[in-house]
Design a binder for this molecule. Structure first.
Ligand code: HEM
Length: 404
């Protein structure tokens, strides 16, 4: 194995210069080892990553059937053990099947009117701005929070309270090493969600039909306890956790991509039916999630490397979505691209459950925006980005909604 194969994920050059770094890895080190003991491997090619996602023997749990000891034994551990992204079959298969009516076509049709109202109201608020505004703060953070609150029947005014506890719980859900204080904070956050969402569920009992996502899950809970109350609550909070940051990033990236490619914005303005394809292209071109983790369920060979059973696999989906072996001219943002089967929602058994809702949001946003704010202009062509390895995002995006 060459020295190049040992990658430092903390390297600032790697973090800031992402797409060229991904290309170098795809071309020269498609299985890159991380750390001196090589127990983690970074994969960056589309075909390799897609194959791992679709292989039912690859795991999300580090050890088959076991949860990490670091999650403790409190409410955080209960949360972790019921959380879809942290579970393998057979528990994952059972919970996922019970939760799937939440985003079935009937539920989606019912959601359209309130999703439209939230997005249009917030576009109208932007339209009143004379001068510059930060799109991230005034739209990107607001809209996903309002949508997630409405989805869960939580008052929009509670968004801040709900969001504030999320990072503490997320540390535990994403297997980050926790100090005793952080574990205590994660337990408090989990207990808050059990109480807060539990109250909402109880207050809505008997009022919601199967066309409502919470109603659909409550019916699964009431049908002889197939979905326990804790499972119902964790699944609902999971919707909030999984949707907030990803949707904020996708909406911000959509506006940035279109405003920095005026030819593409003109195409969209002239043909609003391009909105769904434009949303897919945003997700391919600037994937909100850069890496997804899996654990090798068995030993296998890849590009001459032996990957041992239990190896942590960091699957570079943002890289896969720019893989020239899969996409023609992958660095070009092209809203008329066809055959755009990107991996931003991954593939296989853990494929993003909320993808239909995200597509609905993208459709509404990209139909409305060019019509309602045709003069919108980017006023900072080089917005600041976080260098977060997994959730790379713009931290601000200054625009003039009515032009300069
Ligand atoms: C642009 C927006 C979104 C993106 C890019 C996105 C992306 C992802 C990704 C990468 C995963 C991990 C899949 C895996 O491990 O294989 C995931 C899982 C998930 N997402 Fe999304 N997501 C988005 C929006 C949403 C929304 C709006 C919801 C629900 C309201 C949602 C609910 C979920 C759930 C429940 C899972 C866990 C699925 C499982 O493990 O079985 N997501 N999403």
């Amino acid at each position: 194995m060459s020295a190049l194969a040992y990658l430092s994920l903390g390297d600032p050059t790697f973090r800031t210069d992402r797409f060229p770094a991904y290309r170098r890895l795809r071309d020269h080190t498609p299985v890159a080892r991380v750390g001196p003991d090589g127990t983690r491997a970074v994969l960056t090619r589309y075909a390799d990553i897609e194959r791992i996602f679709k292989d039912p023997l690859m795991r999300v749990q580090p050890k088959a059937g076991e949860f990490p000891a670091g999650i403790g034994t409190g409410p955080g551990a209960t949360f972790h053990k019921l959380s879809l992204p942290d579970l393998d079959a057979p528990t994952h298969t059972r919970l996922r099947k019970l939760a799937s009516p939440a985003f079935a076509p009937r539920a989606l049709a019912h959601m359209r009117s309130w999703v439209e109202r939230i997005i249009i109201d917030n576009v109208e608020a932007l339209a009143t701005v004379d001068g510059e505004v930060d799109f991230v703060e005034h739209f990107g953070m607001r809209v996903p929070a309002e949508i997630a609150c409405r989805l869960l029947h939580a008052p929009a005014a509670d968004a801040g309270t709900v969001l504030r506890r999320m990072p503490a719980l997320n540390r535990l859900l994403t297997h980050a090493p926790l100090t005793p204080d952080e574990l205590a904070e994660a337990d408090q956050a989990a207990q808050f969600y059990f109480d807060y969402i539990g109250e909402i569920v109880d207050s809505q009992r008997g009022k919601l039909g199967p066309e409502d996502p919470v109603g659909a899950l409550m019916l699964a809970e009431e049908a002889g306890g197939r979905l326990s109350r804790d499972e119902l609550i964790v699944t609902l909070v999971g919707f909030f956790i999984a949707s907030y940051h990803t949707t904020m990033t996708a909406m911000t990236s959509a506006v940035h991509a279109l405003l920095s490619h005026p030819d593409q914005m003109r195409l969209l303005a002239a043909d609003p039916d391009l909105a769904p394809a434009a949303w897919e292209e945003v997700l391919r071109w600037q994937s909100p999630v850069h890496f997804i983790t899996r654990y090798a369920g068995y030993e296998f060979e890849l590009h001459g490397e032996t990957v041992a059973e239990g190896t942590q696999l960091l699957l570079g989906i943002a890289s896969a979505n720019r893989d020239e072996r899969r996409f023609a001219d992958p660095d070009t943002f092209d809203i008329r691209r066809t055959g755009n089967r990107h991996l931003a929602f991954t593939a296989g058994g853990h494929y993003c459950m909320g993808a239909p809702l995200s597509r609905l949001e993208g459709d509404v946003l990209l139909r409305v925006l060019p019509q309602r704010l045709p003069a919108m202009t980017l006023t900072d062509p080089n917005p600041p980005w976080t260098d977060d390895l997994v959730f790379r995002a713009m931290t601000a995006l200054t625009v003039a909604p009515n032009g300069v």
